[in-house]
Design a protein around this ligand. Structure first.
Ligand code: C2E
Ligand code: MG
Ligand code: MG
Length: 707
């Protein structure tokens, strides 16, 4: 730094009551090109100081009034050593005055009588020193300010004691003045709980490898979360590992918030806040890439509106934006897991994952449409929207996000323009299925309301005694044209829509009422098989409902046989075992229906508390007159007997089926050979004529049949 120029223009105040000394000093200094201010006493010096701040003061100690020490003291109260340096003029060898001068805040002293050449040098060096100090102070202040602006702080950690030091700028990050950190543990305690282990691991890693590190973590002070960028320097440790660890920490919260905001704006529609087209694509692609559960579907639903142009003409742009925001709000209420986006002005996209069954998609669409149907109040005006939804499904249709979104838009356009339906799948087969499904669902609902459900009964015959020992109750739905709909068509729909629960209760009640009626009419105790579907079997109320019906009609419990299939039983085997045990404790028997069509059946069968196996029709229908293709049936019969179970064969249509089954030890048979399923009244007639042919049956205690 070049100090010579500045020194030339420096101003020096000379304070001395002795006019000779004062004038000599002034002359000398002026001769050296300094500006000089004179003061004749301590008081005048202080007064002058108010008006003009010199670069240096030369002050005599002994003065009337305020002496030099006191004046110096007062100057120090206001100004630092570098702002206004003071050189005291003390008596020669007056050691105590020298001490007093320094105590009062003098920078230096010069003894009287004055050695003039030395004085000039002392003055020059004092001024130069001051200049350097001021420059350093200024630098430090600038650095501090830069650090404050950059929110940068320095830290140091002493390894053995774990004591931690921070520069002032660290504390300046927090509004609270109370924060004080003394140890690494203190630092960790304020680190966000989810980031603590991470921070600790980073420090441990540094200790092991002495590598420089940089990482971000969250910090919490007074419930406010900050993001810190922490840097750990590699230590050039020649101290046997004892040197402290040090580094810098920078508060990057604002930067992060700004980045997050930018990122959000880049990916979202600014009116609704929903994902924009580009972001929707990448979100969907990510879901597809992470999709592992084969059975689960992802539905991409494009939502559009009829007559949108008309609405647009009737309200201004501002109201239109409010309407879009309201639509987004309603869509958000459907399911927090959905991904929602605005595809273009009036087309929204809803992506739903983890769908187990197709009908669930229809339920979501119904929910979307019923929400959007309700009036929107926009600036005092009521607006009604009529929404259409176009749907594409992963993995059925494609595995690229682009194609799936495009397909949903194509389906939406076809809903709007071609088929004028409120919902349209991209895949034609899905459309047909969906239409058929909706049709059957409404048939079931109508049939319930109009009492068009009926139970048919199919006889079950003991193949050895030839006695009629039981019947299976099979539901039928009478259509408006008096035809019957097969349960194969409507039970799955009832199951998917949940209608199976009320329908199931109706079946149980009707079957029990029928048994009661038959018993009252003199029929012997028959075992009546009631089919249970998966949803019914999972219904906690089921056992109570059966108990209530059995009690209501005062039936012997062994009249009730509950049929479940392998797939139902094996869904949750432990729960199945518990439920079956409860049923059996009540005295109901359990049959395993359609046996042989599932795979895991053989291994788990012995675990299940059941009474009877029903061999599926598939193993009976192909048995030839000479017993061809009967191996499976034979194997199942033997296996069931080994497990102590009784066996009933379904679907016996031919006499040679009966012969084969009898010959191979099957216990009972049910099939068209004896009778098709019959309406209750016809079943009663069948029973009476059967009895007339075969005679009164023996009443078995165990209606589940004997091996
Ligand atoms: P499932 O329980 O295995 O019922 C046996 C089916 O085989 C009945 O069909 C019956 O009519 C048919 N069948 C009996 N013998 C023969 C035969 O010799 N030849 C042929 N070709 N078929 C025969 P259905 O009544 O159409 O019932 C079909 C399925 O619908 C039932 O299979 C059962 O899974 C379900 N289902 C029927 N009624 C009910 C019910 O009340 N509740 C529940 N949850 N499901 C039911
Ligand atoms: Mg059955
Ligand atoms: Mg069956």
């Amino acid at each position: 730094m070049d100090t010579s120029k500045t020194i030339l223009h420096n101003t020096i105040m000379v304070v001395d009551d002795d006019s000779v000394t004062r004038m000599t000093l002034c002359k000398m200094l002026q001769g050296e090109k300094y500006n000089v201010i004179e003061a004749t006493s301590g008081e005048t010096a202080l007064e002058q100081l108010e008006k003009q701040k010199p670069d240096l003061i030369l002050m005599d100690v002994l003065m009337p009034g305020i002496n030099g020490f006191e004046a110096c003291q007062r100057i120090r109260d206001k100004y630092t050593y570098n702002e206004v340096p003071v050189i005291m003029l003390t008596g020669l060898n007056d050691v105590s005055s020298v001490d007093d001068a320094f105590d009062a805040g003098a920078n230096d002293f010069i003894t009287k009588p004055i050695n003039w050449p030395l004085l000039i040098k002392r003055v020059r060096y004092a001024l130069r020193d001051r200049q350097i100090q001021l420059a350093m102070e200024q630098n430090e202040a600038r650095l501090n300010q830069a650090q404050q602006i950059a929110k940068l702080a320095y830290w140091q950690l002493d390894k053995p004691t774990q004591k931690m030091l921070f520069s002032d700028t660290f504390y300046q990050q927090f509004p609270s003045k109370k924060i004080s950190l003394n140890s690494f543990n203190d630092y960790l305690m304020l680190t966000h709980p989810e980031d603590r282990t991470y921070v600790q691991n980073k420090f441990t890693e540094h200790l092991i490898h002495n590598k420089p590190m940089e990482f971000d973590h969250r910090f919490q002070v007074d419930h406010k979360t900050y993001v810190f960028h922490l840097n750990i320097e590699a230590s050039n440790d020649q101290n046997g590992g004892a040197s402290p660890i040090q580094g810098i920490v920078q508060n990057i919260t604002q930067q992060r918030n700004a980045e997050a905001l930018l990122e959000f704006q880049k990916n979202h529609d600014d009116i609704t806040g929903l994902s924009n087209k580009r972001h929707l694509h990448s979100q969907l692609q990510e879901i597809i890439n992470n999709h592992t559960e084969d059975k689960q579907l992802i539905a991409i639903m494009a939502i559009g509106f009829n007559r949108f142009d008309e609405i647009h003409h009737s309200i201004d742009n501002h109201s239109m934006d409010i309407l879009f925001r309201c639509i987004a709000q309603r869509l958000k209420g459907i399911n927090s897991d959905n991904i929602l986006g605005r595809y273009n002005t009036d087309t929204f996209i809803c992506i739903q994952k983890n769908i187990d069954r197709i009908d669930m998609i229809e339920q979501v669409v119904e929910n979307i449409q019923s929400r959007l149907k309700q009036a929107f109040m926009i600036e005092g005006q009521e607006i009604f929207l009529d929404s259409q939804v176009g749907i594409s499904i992963f993995p059925m249709e494609d595995d690229s996000a682009d194609a799936l979104i495009t397909n949903s838009i194509i389906a939406l356009n076809s809903a709007k323009q071609e088929i004028h339906e409120s919902i349209c799948f991209h895949s034609q087969s899905m459309n047909t299925r969906a239409r058929k499904f909706r049709d059957i669902e409404s048939q079931i609902r109508k049939a319930i309301d109009e009492n068009r459900l009926e139970l048919f009964y199919q006889p079950q015959i003991d193949i050895h005694s030839r006695q009629l020992v039981g019947a299976e109750a099979l539901i039928r739905l009478k259509l408006s044209d008096n035809n019957w709909m097969s349960p194969i068509d409507f039970i799955p729909v009832a199951e998917e829509t949940g209608l199976i629960i009320p329908v199931g209760y109706w079946i149980i009640d009707s079957a029990c009422q029928q048994i009661k009626h038959w018993l009252d009419s003199g029929m012997h105790k028959l075992r009546v098989g009631i089919n249970l579907s998966a949803k019914q079997f999972g219904d906690r109320e089921l056992v109570n409902k059966i108990d209530q019906c059995v009690a209501k009609y005062n039936l012997p419990s062994e009249c009730i046989d509950l049929e479940i299939t392998e797939s139902i039983a094996l869904q949750n085997i432990d729960q199945t075992i518990d439920s079956l045990q409860i049923f059996r404790q009540r005295g109901y028997t359990i049959s395993m229906d359609d046996f042989g069509t599932g795979y895991s059946s053989l291994s788990s069968l012995h675990l299940l508390p059941i009474d009877m196996l029903k061999i599926d029709r598939a193993f009976i229908k192909d048995i030839g007159p000479g017993g061809e293709n009967g191996t499976m049936a034979k194997t199942i019969i033997n296996m069931a007997h080994n497990l102590g179970l009784s066996v009933i064969a379904e679907g016996a249509e031919e006499e040679h089926h009966i012969t084969f089954l009898r010959h191979n030890g099957c216990n009972e048979v049910q099939g068209f050979y004896y009778s098709r399923p019959l309406p209750a009244k016809e079943f009663y007639d069948y029973y009476t004529s059967y009895i007339a042919k075969t005679g009164e049956p023996l009443q078995n205690e165990n209606l589940a049949g004997n091996q």
